[in-house]
Write a protein that binds this ligand. Structure first.
Ligand code: SF4
Length: 366
């Protein structure tokens, strides 16, 4: 069954066509799509509105669940973190962050990551492989089922952010396929406008994304105001340096909708990128390119063996004030789930690289 078709990565029309190739009428495809994407069912046995013989035939040629939950962790602040496993035993991390008015699910686009950002534990895994559209969709289905119960409508809206493991723009085809499946009103109905994709700066793909009409929002991880420092922290900068990256952002700006801003993420590393001078350099850089944007200052989640510490609250506040005094819209992202290592790639990297089992806050393990 290794090459079995992964049904949760198929759009409604694709599922209809697939069932037609099995000699079934179109309405069976629509029924199956609703069972997977609206009722979020995870086994053929549960889809009792399909005839038993059809379920048996489907079971022989197709796969319903592409991921299994290996461990899950619940933070004191309600954040849930999942370490899932693909059929070929690769780690996939997903984080559920409940907030007053909406929930956010942070999903992974790859298992591991080929980029080598020095402040990120996932980097230490290297790229294991890119995820399929079904594996992306299944992270959301599994997370919503766990948070609210199978098929239960979430009480608040759901936002998605592609900020888990991996560089989403290096898996753009599968990512866009997954987003199309999830946007269907008869399924999960999470439209691209509720999705933010975060990139380390893959310039050609930023330009490609700009040409897509129903694209998600874009966030760029900057982490440094100069090429010299960014080359060190994010080696992708040697391939696409800041001037080239910000020129691509300027081109992307033309596609922004009214009220929409491009987001620049800036992880705050004590003594590395958080000085007053660096705040001024960052403001000057952004002002020079005059992009309709905002900056999110992100507290670094410390994780051994990474050699970085988070900036203090006072330093973050000061950095923010300098940016704002120069006209840059700036927000500080509240750290969530710190007690469960809820930063990019921390869980898989911890388990895989360090072979360490996290025992605190364990609420279940499959
Ligand atoms: S920060 Fe993101 S892009 Fe950089 S290595 Fe980690 S997962 Fe990859």
């Amino acid at each position: 069954m290794k090459d079995a078709i992964q049904l949760t990565g198929l759009s409604q029309p694709e599922l209809v066509s697939f069932l037609e190739t099995m000699g079934e009428p179109a309405y069976r495809g629509r029924q199956l799509f609703a069972a997977l994407q609206h009722r979020r069912l995870c086994s053929f046995d549960e889809i009792t509105d399909l005839p038993k013989d059809l379920r048996t035939r489907l079971n022989n040629v197709a796969k319903l669940a592409t991921l299994t939950v290996q461990s899950q962790y619940l933070s004191d602040d309600g954040t849930r973190r999942y370490l899932m496993k693909t059929h070929d035993s690769l780690p996939v991390e997903t984080v559920f962050i409940p907030e007053e008015r909406r929930d956010t699910i942070c999903f992974s686009s790859q298992s591991g990551c080929p980029l080598q950002c020095t402040f990120c534990l996932t980097a230490q895994l290297g790229l294991l492989r890119s995820l399929t559209a079904a594996e992306i969709v299944d992270q959301i289905r599994i997370t919503l089922n766990d948070a609210y119960g199978t098929g239960v409508k979430p009480p608040r809206g759901t936002n998605l952010v592609a900020m888990g493991a991996g560089e989403p723009l290096l898996n753009l085809d599968q990512l866009l396929k997954a987003l199309r499946v999830m946007s269907d009103p008869q399924g999960l109905h999470i439209v691209p406008n509720r999705v933010t994709v975060s990139t380390a700066g893959v310039v050609p793909r930023i330009l490609e994304l700009a040409r897509i009409s129903d694209r998600p929002h874009l966030a760029i991880s900057l982490a440094a105001p100069t090429d010299e420092l960014r080359n060190e922290l994010m080696p992708i900068n040697k391939r696409w340096p800041l001037e080239e990256l910000l020129s691509a952002c300027k081109a992307f700006e033309k596609t922004l909708k009214p009220g929409e801003r491009l987001t620049f993420e800036y992880v705050m590393l004590a003594g590395i990128n958080d000085s007053d001078e660096q705040a001024r350099q960052l403001a000057n850089l952004l002002n020079r390119h005059d992009i309709r944007s905002k900056v999110n200052l992100i507290p670094h989640n410390p994780a051994e063996p990474l050699p970085y510490r988070p900036s203090s609250d006072a330093v973050v506040e000061r950095f923010k004030n300098i940016l704002e005094s120069k006209g840059v819209h700036t927000y500080v992202r509240r750290p969530r789930g710190q007690d469960i290592f809820a930063a990019c790639g921390q869980l898989a990297a911890r388990q895989t690289t360090l072979n360490t089992r996290v025992e605190t806050n364990l609420v279940g393990a499959n």
